[in-house]
Design a protein around this ligand. Sequence first.
Ligand code: NG6
Ligand code: CA
Length: 519
Amino acid sequence: MRIQKVTYLILISFLLVISSCKEDKKVVDSTDEQLKPNIIIIYADDLGYGEMGAYGATELKTPNLDKLANGGMRFTNGFASSATCTPSRYALMTGVYPWRNKNAKILPGTAPLIIDTAQPTIPKMLKKQGYYTGIVGKWHLGLGSGNVNWNERIAPGPNEVGFDYSHILAATQDRVPTVYIENGKVVNLDPNDPIEVSYEKNFDGEPTGLDNPELLKMKWHHGHNNSIVNGIPRIGFMKGGEAAKWVDEDMADYFLADAQAYVKKHKSEPFFLYYALQQPHVPRTPNARFVGSSGMGPRGDVIVEADWMIGEFVKTLEAEGLLENTLIIFSSDNGPVVNDGYYDDSEEKLGNHTPAGILRGGKYSLFEAGTRVPFFTYWKGKINPGVSDAMVSQIDLFTSLASLVGSDESTTDSQELLDAFLGKNDVGRSELVVEATSRTAFRKGDWAMIPPYNGPAINKYVNIELGNDKEYQLYNLKEDIEQQKNLAQSNPDKLQEMITSYEKIRGVGDEKIAPLELK
Ligand code: NG6
Ligand code: CA
């Protein structure tokens, strides 16, 4: 009897220990969840600093973006790494300045992958921390290793640099091949109608924008006069793949549906999603539901469309109960351009809308509007709503996200600014090199310095001031955010200080650029 009682007591205490372990486990699990929130980067293509209500736009309505921006931490001094797409995306993914990689330039659709498969990337780093990783949308970092056969599995690509799942468009909406690629395979490819792509010459008998204007529903303004797909002339030549070609007007819905399916499928594990929108890059092709929605022509309409897509996407996160455990980061790959090569009424119907806000320049420019872009973080219940003037760059996300998820990975160029991104302080970086079409400029504190460059002051086709001048330019952005007063002559000490700091990072002359450093 006595022995039985003792056994009984031992059994009870054993059970208690087990259940308290379970309790402990539970606590650990929930802490883990906090350490490893889902992470979503939503990345617009060519969206300017002045393009959202939250950033002062009055003519264009972006209620869904504004709700997130105003409910999270909105950065006034947030930067893309470059004033064009490929270099910015390269830096975002790798945390390495794009000017360290000579291939990080606007790529044709046939370019090989420019990220070394041995190179650390955000998705690789997150994978090591137990994340499922995916990309939906625009890639534009090259595919394959030269001479891609589009009719076989295309590799290396996103799946070889850290993404478990990829569903992409290869380059840009205006470049061939105009097909979706899922995990390296062209979607809906008919093997009897193989795809051929060339950026050198047309395929016999195929119509082009140059020779067949009668087939066009959108006319080209400059460039964009090669193969015609869906009545729109593109950059590059393509043959075959008829069944696989995308319908531009359905693209936003197509990627939204995939992004929604992705989060639903992976909601029970920590996931990372890079949702790379194609708007408002050319050709601007709003779905019929959005035609006329902005009163500003297709350019405004696709911004309204993108805003709606983001609203729907956030509704899905909410319905799945994911908002409290998901960090959303929103930004754009470069500044705005109005006419980027098609007659699409964007200039005629712009009205009082100012895509760059008060900033000077735009896409392709070393002036502020080239790289200073909308940038905000949102995490329901974790990030207190606010506005931050901290200088942050997309290049800093690599190390900052590593820090968030408990990884000690970092790169030389990517700074750990997690507290700034989470709104816990407003300490950003003190210096930043920005890039625009293979030229670079420098930001330090309130000052911007642009070294002398030959080349036109204005790109007449797109009507944007590029920042080229034979003399050094120096601006005090605190007093002159519009960059109207060049202080290089009147403040030689400041200029020298800027040049010295800049050259320390950038090197002197092209041959001295610090090479890519892998850790
Ligand atoms: C330019 C294209 C422009 C756009 C850009 C890339 C011409 C004349 N212009 O070369 O339309 O496609 O490349 O944009 O072809 S980005 O946002 O992907 O960098
Ligand atoms: Ca872009």
